[in-house]
Design a protein around this ligand. Structure first.
Ligand SMILES: [Zn+2]
Ligand SMILES: [Zn+2]
Length: 101
């Protein structure tokens, strides 16, 4: 897996990653669980991950991008966001109050 480099497309949705503030770093294993590896994602993709999964679930069962993409709710998000512009952000639809790293 070589998705870490910032010039690659978003490893979650596969769309190009824009330069600037519309991207986030996601810890595959949350920092609270000792994780270090990070992936650069669209903010909206990052929000979708944390809207669907707790940090404990991420650490235990979803510590790879393949597992994240296979999650039913996240797969549904990927299909939805594929039709949106790369810099699209809709905080109301996919964000819950909970925010994680
Ligand atoms: Zn994305
Ligand atoms: Zn994250």
């Amino acid at each position: 897996m070589a998705e870490i480099d910032g010039s690659d497309p978003c490893p979650l949705c596969g769309r190009p990653l824009p330069a600037g503030p519309a991207t986030d770093w996601h810890h595959l294993v949350p920092r609270s669980h000792g994780g270090k590896a990070q992936l650069r994602l669209h903010k909206i993709c990052h929000q979708a991950i944390h809207a669907h999964l707790s940090e404990a679930e991420l650490a235990r069962d979803f510590a790879t991008i393949e597992a994240l993409r296979a999650h039913p709710g996240i797969a549904r998000f990927i299909r939805w966001v594929a039709r949106r512009p790369a810099d699209y952000q809709d905080r109301s639809k996919w964000t819950r109050a909970r925010r994680g790293s």
